[in-house]
Write a protein that binds this ligand. Sequence first.
Ligand SMILES: CC1=C(CCC(=O)O)c2cc3nc(cc4[nH]c(cc5[nH]c(cc1n2)c(C)c5CCC(=O)O)c(CCC(=O)O)c4C)C(CCC(=O)O)=C3C
Ligand SMILES: [Fe+2]
Length: 391
Amino acid sequence: MTEALTRVLGATDAAAAGPEYVTEPVAYDAILLAGFGGPEGQDDVIPFLRNVTRGRGIPEERLEEVAHHYRHFGGVSPINDQNRELKAALEAELASRGIDLPVLWGNRNWDPYLRDALTEANERGLSKLLAIATSAYSSYSSCRQYREDFALALQETGLQGTVQIDKVRQFFDHPGFVTPFVEGVRRALDEVRERVPGIDPATEVELLFTTHSIPSVDAEKSGPSDRGFGAGGAYAAQHLAVAEVVVHEAGAGQVPWRLVYQSRSGPPSMPWLEPDINDAIAELPAAGIRAVIIVPIGFVSDHMEVLWDLDNEAMETSEQNGLVAVRVPTPGVHHAYVSGLVDLVLERRDGVPVEDRPAMTELGPWYDVCRPGCCENTRLGFRPAVAGVAP
Ligand SMILES: CC1=C(CCC(=O)O)c2cc3nc(cc4[nH]c(cc5[nH]c(cc1n2)c(C)c5CCC(=O)O)c(CCC(=O)O)c4C)C(CCC(=O)O)=C3C
Ligand SMILES: [Fe+2]
């Protein structure tokens, strides 16, 4: 993490953000790494997909299509191994800094579940947990759903009132998360120049920043309800802000870019965020573009959405359109990312004032504690959540 990449938000913005913005110091006794979860064999695929989509109105055809993506890889998602690696990397970083905080790992949708992690915490006498969800932006799927599932796991284990779960702020614009993308875009531009000698980055290359599409209603409700972010809500605003910073920091100011979406899953009748990355790629040749750089800024690791929807589908679309295509790596276990996550834990434990918290866009540093109605659940009805101001 370099000094030049770190921008600090002014105190006036913090004051405007409200009193719950930064919390008092808390003597946490463990970190809870909260993952999405994924199947680890053919027999897991369907039960996993049922867990993810329960009550969410996802068409049967879509489930079959996604099951096929997992079956192609032997029914194994790479995501659990990636989280095992991240856990080990966090433990190594904590040890190297002399910080004595155990890391527990639990998933929302597959074994080991969050409830298993809470049971383990209780057995080990750990009761003040600070959660890191493997998800950087604000929306129902990427923030509130984790908070609701923490509340559910506390209920399932009977540990409400015994175990406390707080959550580090959304880290979309933390230098630890942004730096790997900056490096990746620089390298990708070099690679494109090598592969297409004489190419003009200002007119013949396009950067496509890509993230998970979500229902438009969820996007509108993303972030606190009292801040006007427009139609795409905080979700789109955060991605646009991060993309702009990455372009700038990578020295790619002359290269055209746009934000696109992928992995749409609801029924066709329901509006989701657009344009789809494949549609965007198909439009490039007519605009004189010869090479595309795909930047997966919505994702923290190379899980199935990256391996299938980008490395398979979007690459094929690029090839069909005669484009040279390079996909930038996700943060994974990049040292800047791992050490940034530890910084986020310490900042929260120590109650670091907002003006000393790193953030690379004007939208951050984001809130420690979510406000009422933040990233409202539009499809399952009200569910209790931790790590927020009630309800
Ligand atoms: C914003 C967002 C993130 C990023 C934030 C974060 O990382 O949390 C994310 C991550 C992930 N999504 C994942 C997998 C799936 N997501 C699905 C379905 C959905 N995702 C949604 C949104 C998001 N999803 C939404 C709005 C739905 C529709 C159902 C609903 O309204 O909730 C489905 C059902 C089938 C389908 O429809 O695709 C699957 C299998 C995996 C694991 C991959 C692996 O196994 O490697 C990961 C990391
Ligand atoms: Fe998803």
